[in-house]
Ligand binder design. Sequence first.
Ligand SMILES: O=C[C@H](O)[C@H](O)COP(=O)(O)O
Ligand SMILES: C=C(OP(=O)(O)O)C(=O)O
Length: 369
Amino acid sequence: MNLTTTQHSKSTSDLRVSEFRPLPAPADLRAELPLSDELAAAVSSSRDEIRAVLDGVDDRLLVIVGPCSIHDPDAGLDYARRLAEAAREHRQDLLVVLRAYFEKPRTTVGWKGLINDPHLDGSHDIAGGLHAARRFLLAAGELGLPTATEFLEPISPQYVADLVSWGAIGARTTESQIHRQLVSGLSMPVGFKNGTDGSLQIALDACAAASAPQSFLGIDGGGRAAMVGTAGNPDTHLILRGGSSGPNYDAGHVAAASASLAAKGLNPRVIVDASHANSGKDHRRQAQVALELAAQVESGTTGADLVAGIMLESFLVGGAQAHDSASPGPLTYGQSITDACMDWDTSAGILAVLAGAARRRRSVRGAAA
Ligand SMILES: O=C[C@H](O)[C@H](O)COP(=O)(O)O
Ligand SMILES: C=C(OP(=O)(O)O)C(=O)O
């Protein structure tokens, strides 16, 4: 066929792309907001501590706690200051990690987090969002708190992952090859959630895939598209978050999940999320689930040892408020704009109960030894 110049010039790509807005290279943002030697040492040692808890070498309980999402960094840091104090108070029994989630997976549509839309108004200033996320992580580090985040896509980690001590892959992306490959190259322990339908198998497969070396398309620190080759992540684990089939936080579900992990040669110790489908996203129910988990931990049964950590969604003010980026209205300070959270006083009480449970688990173990 003899194609004319006119036929050649008819574009067949980007027909539905409305904009390309270049971003700064990860290395530029990291140079502008650098990780100090002191903070780098703190991030490394908190990753080691988390690893030790996940492996059962450190008998504390890992508690990943904080807002469902950071939408107002000032309120997030206000929360972090209170949490830092509680973390110091309970440090013998709990390893407290601040939940600092900047990327939100959505069931359909909605605000996708501080990185995607930092001004909460649909302007999608992603460069500003990456800047705000990095600034937040630096400030949390200054408070002495290790941080946890969900990685939702393979580009943002180059901008912020050096400041993160624990990572999660969410229920909606655990089955994705892209996310499993990403985890294989991440420098921190990473938990995979069970699927939204409650399926464990996809998370078991994810742990196996992410522990293997992988090669995939990504970006490097200079922001160039690159072939990324990874060594595999030996610190993957399962997070039980319930599913459409029901909650999965009780001792029976924990023991069954742990047996499935052990059968595959994976870490049999799990993290249990007291929120999401384990609480029906009801923050009052979440507090009840957390108390039931505390009872499970302190029971001294074999299953008690299988719970390495607990996830809690908590903010200054309880519940959640509606937010629509298309017509943003005034917001209540310190209240979630994504999933409902427990308020600070309830959360502080739960942390004290969990610390007591971890102490009692230790003494039961000591007596049995
Ligand atoms: O934790 C957050 C939410 O549960 C998740 O992002 C899905 O939210 P959505 O169902 O409101 O979109
Ligand atoms: C989205 C989250 O959880 P899940 O993937 O379990 O729905 C979350 O923890 O913010």
